[in-house]
Design a protein. Structure first.
Ligand code: NOJ
Length: 720
């Protein structure tokens, strides 16, 4: 079907039918649906009539081939033009085979792996009838109090942009029409949702346009450059105007400046939320503002269906605005091949074959192993397989390792930690005791754990946050482990035995009480379905940790927001000595506990001979930075070589360092490889006072090293 035919349909549609395309409702509102769909927001008092659900254009949260086909069939039986429903859902990091949460994937610094994970998620979702996933979430995150940091790949605009592209490639492939194992992607949350004040969910975002363009917008742009089909608005305000009613953001920037012509959907209820935000007095005004700003589909509230007809009739809204939105939606349906085959990939037989297949589980295990970050290791790991192990803690046998955005994942299918360990050793050598629950516990449980630990040669603590403690609506002001778990560590520590902690959590935590007590700490995040198996691979040395933090771990919550690419200030702290009038805290260091890019391995790497090919460059003549890396330990390992650059004096203050490139290299013991990076003028550009994206001639420092702090510095000049 060509655009002209779609336009012909639009011309024949009644105004109500057209407005219907602009609403999205959750599964339970549809005929043919079970009531099990994904419910991720408030749902009261919606007043959905049969006519509204019959005209509705898309469904939120339906999945399962049978159910989706039932819904589509019932819908088409009553649709005059045979316009199929779009089935959308949150397939964030896996469908039923759950991959590590995006923050963990970010720590893999492995783009192929990220692409593969999205491809597998798409395949499982597509056979289950899903057409569009609400992913990737690419918001820059600098405040670990915010529960949704686990949903982003981290704090860095460059790294997040690369991951945004990788995920979009994986979800969408190269031909959505013919490749029915793929789904359309919807990048979110436009814009700057990752910067709520105080880290409190849904809170105000206030930032300059330059900061928005410099740090927060690049990952969304990268997703769109990769061909991402849809964009979701954010819940927050941006410069005083809620994103969902923000014309400057959507019409001026997204559509006019960036040329985005795909479908824009509001987040759940965000159109109606223009009322409590305080830019609309009622649902009619909310509808006007959202549509005029550029929202095509209203998710889960009814401002459009309740008001647009009247607004067109009284001349407030031009009908062409509605027609344009409908056309964009129909074009997406057409691109997905739904007019020809409304059931698309949905297939009960293939569902059995693909979902949780051995191949998918294998990929999830590899991803989990590569996403874990070894934060400390004082000669405890890898473990010797012949010693007695006590596995202690609320995550010892817990399936809550999938993360808060895995609505189709099942705890039963998840490989728990004890199961993973039993794959590696004689089960008789393992004793398991919970010690406490995640937030509460009894003296008896604690005593049992101490008894178990006292019999063992080595103790593994399995600790963390429940998945409900992060994710949407999961902000925390205190980002330590719950007290009861800190108490458990302290009690077990008294036994003076070697002790390794494995952490399951959705945010960088304040690790006091953990990192100072345990001899080794492995950050496992929410590793997904194969979590226990992958962790056991790492604990016993069948895999070597290679993850590097893509988000800073603060020294304490008092430092947040904290991020490596900050400004220097006019009074930087340059020595350990106390000087009053410099930027510092009196009671804690300025430095984070663990910096961006940090992660240990079971081997060690040395960096030598860092050099530049020349000490000046210009836009025609880039320079090359090279460095030799040697594996100086006894086992093979993967290093992430990181290149940062600082513009020493710009028209605008520039960050102390910005990640510009990285390379993952595998090295056998004693092997040396050279990593080289080309530095181009383009990499030195930034947004100037007039928002032009250009570079300044002058001095720059290139830093190369194993993380954002441990680097060698080389100076060069950019000349005109
Ligand atoms: C609200 C969340 O903010 C968004 O990320 C999600 O896609 C929608 N709900 C739909 O579940």
């Amino acid at each position: 079907m060509v655009e002209q035919q779609l336009n012909e349909i639009i011309q024949k549609m009644t105004l109500n039918e057209k407005i219907g395309q602009l609403i999205q409702l959750a599964t339970p509102f549809f005929k043919g649906a079970s009531d099990k769909g994904e419910i991720t927001g408030p749902m009261t008092g919606m007043g959905i009539t049969d006519e509204i659900s019959q005209n509705c254009g898309s469904v939120l949260g339906a999945s399962g081939a049978r159910e989706v086909m039932n819904i589509q069939k019932a819908h088409l039986e009553k649709n005059r033009f045979g316009i199929p429903l779009l089935m959308m859902a949150d397939i964030v990091h896996g469908f039923k085979t759950i991959f590590p949460v995006p923050l963990a994937m970010g720590c893999s610094w492995d783009l192929d792996l990220a692409e593969k994970s999205a491809e597998i998620a798409a395949k499982e979702a597509a056979v289950s009838g899903v057409h569009v996933t609400f992913a990737p979430m690419v918001d820059i995150v600098r405040d670990p109090r915010w529960g949704r940091v686990m949903e982003s790949t981290g704090e860095d605009p460059y790294l997040n942009s690369l991951f945004a592209r990788a995920f979009v490639r994986g979800f969408q492939g190269t031909n959505l029409t013919d490749d029915q194992n793929r789904v359309a992607a919807c990048v979110k949350h436009f814009a700057a949702y990752g910067a709520p004040e105080g880290g409190r969910e849904y809170n105000t975002v206030n930032m300059s346009e330059r900061q928005l363009r410099e740090s927060y917008l690049p990952p969304y742009k990268a997703a769109l450059d990769e061909g991402c089909e849809m964009v979701m608005t954010a819940f927050n305000t941006v410069d005083g105007i809620p994103a969902t009613g923000n014309k400057k953001l959507m019409r001026d920037l997204l559509r006019d400046e960036w040329g985005f012509d795909g479908v824009m959907i509001s987040d759940w209820g965000a159109v109606k939320e223009l009322i409590p935000h305080g830019i609309a007095e009622d649902s009619s005004e909310a509808a006007v503002k959202a549509l005029q700003a550029g929202v095509d589909i209203e998710m889960m509230t009814t401002c459009y269906v309740d008001n647009l007809k009247q607004l067109v009739e009284n001349g407030t809204i031009e009908e062409t605005l509605i027609d344009e939105a409908v056309l964009r939606i129909l074009k997406l349906k057409q691109k997905l091949g739904l007019f020809e085959n409304p059931y698309r990939g949905a297939d009960e037989k293939r569902e059995q074959e693909y979902i949780l297949s051995e191949e998918h589980r294998k990929a999830a295990r590899e991803a989990a192993a590569k996403s874990c970050v070894l934060l400390k290791n004082q000669s405890v790991l890898p473990l010797n397989r012949h010693q007695k192990i006590a596995l202690i803690g609320p995550f010892a046998q817990n399936g809550d390792i999938l993360g808060p955005w895995s609505w189709q994942g099942s705890y039963e299918e998840a490989v728990k930690m004890d199961e993973g360990i039993k794959m590696k050793i004689d089960p008789a050598l393992l004793t398991v005791a919970k010690g406490c629950d995640i937030e509460t516990g009894t003296e008896n449980e604690m005593n049992m754990a101490i008894n178990a630990a006292s019999e063992a040669d080595v103790i593994i603590l399995a600790l963390g946050e429940s998945s409900a403690m992060s994710g949407e609506g999961g902000s925390r002001a205190n980002i330590c482990l719950p007290d009861i778990q800190l108490q458990l560590i302290a009690e077990v520590k008294k036994l003076k035995k070697p002790m390794a902690a494995v952490l399951f959590n959705g945010r960088p935590l304040d690790l006091h009480g953990v990192i100072d007590q345990a001899d080794a700490v492995l950050e496992a995040w929410y590793p997904g379905t194969e979590g226990g198996a992958a962790i056991a691979d790492l604990l016993f040395g069948d895999a070597n940790p290679s993850g590097r933090l893509s988000m800073t771990f603060p020294y304490s919550v008092g430092q947040v927001p904290i991020y490596y690419n900050h400004f220097n200030t006019g009074r930087p702290k340059t020595s350990e000595e106390y000087v009053r009038y410099v930027t510092h805290y009196l009671d804690i260091p300025n430095e984070p506990l663990l910096p961006f890019g940090f992660g240990l391995s079971y081997t060690t790497f040395s960096y030598t001979d860092a050099m530049l090919s020349a000490d000046t460059m210009n836009s025609e003549q880039p320079i090359t930075l090279s460095v030799s890396i040697t594996n100086t330990g006894n086992v093979a390992g993967e290093e992430v070589v990181q290149l940062y650059i600082r513009d020493v004096a710009g028209e605008i203050v520039r960050p102390v360092k910005e990640l510009k490139a990285f390379k993952k290299i595998m090295l056998q013991p004693n092997e040396t490889k050279e990593a080289s990076f080309t530095i181009t003028e383009e990499q030195l550009r930034y947004h100037h006072e007039n928002l032009q994206f250009t570079s300044d001639a002058g001095t720059f420092i290139a830093f190369v090293g194993r993380n954002s702090q441990d680097v060698s510095a080389l100076t060069f000049k950019l000349v005109n």
